[in-house]
Design a protein around this ligand. Structure first.
Ligand SMILES: Cc1cc2nc3c(=O)[nH]c(=O)nc-3n(C[C@H](O)[C@H](O)[C@H](O)COP(=O)(O)O)c2cc1C
Length: 169
């Protein structure tokens, strides 16, 4: 069975495109399975030792709407021995004060439940004022800005996958 579960929400398709790239670089469907949170439950998360949680920030510092409905499911997962990595999408020019807040909101729910966080990411190269996803000077996970820095996405994804790959085996 695939060891990596990628749980994502995507209103306009940007996050879906990015997680599909991540899935391919990790080795395809036999290694990493995509789950849209609009039809997922805690039971779907439980079997995976490695989780990627991918959420764009919407409505000024809020979770994407499907994640908003899904987030209570996180309380029913046993995180013992699990490694978690985040992917956040946002728009630094449009929303500099709530840039990539969503992973920070999700992490608040599970950080004290025994998860091991992997894949933190430097803040250099992003022009923003505040983000709930910055902890100890780093982003909680990969940050993608399709609105302003689309041309950097492929290289960022590749670099990040190379960081998490050794953690996820
Ligand atoms: C109405 C609206 C509100 C948004 N609010 C935020 C925000 O607070 N912070 C942020 O970083 N991005 C914000 N964004 C940008 C989206 O997160 C970004 O476009 C993202 O790529 C959308 O991903 P999706 O296509 O997977 O839904 C907002 C976009 C819109 C249209």
């Amino acid at each position: 069975m695939a060891k990596i579960g990628i749980f994502y929400g995507s209103t306009e398709g940007n996050t879906e495109r990015v997680v599909t790239q991540i899935q391919t670089l990790l080795g395809g469907e036999s290694v990493a399975v995509l789950h849209n949170v609009n039809s997922a439950t805690a039971d779907d998360m439980q079997p995976y030792p490695y989780l990627i949680l991918a959420c764009p920030t919407w409505e000024i510092g809020q979770l994407q709407e499907d994640w908003d409905s899904f987030i209570d499911e996180l309380a029913d997962v046993d995180y013992t021995g699990k490694k978690v990595a985040y992917v956040g999408l946002g728009d630094a020019d449009g929303y500099p004060d709530t840039f990539i807040d969503a992973p920070g909101i999700i992490h608040e729910r599970i950080k004290d439940k025994g998860v091991t966080l992997v894949g933190q990411w430097p803040t250099e190269g992003y022009n923003f004022e505040a983000s709930k996803s910055v902890v100890d000077g780093k982003f909680l996970g990969l940050v993608i800005d399709e609105d302003n820095q689309k041309d950097l996405t492929a290289a960022r994804v590749e670099k990040w996958v190379n960081i998490i790959k050794p953690e996820f085996q």
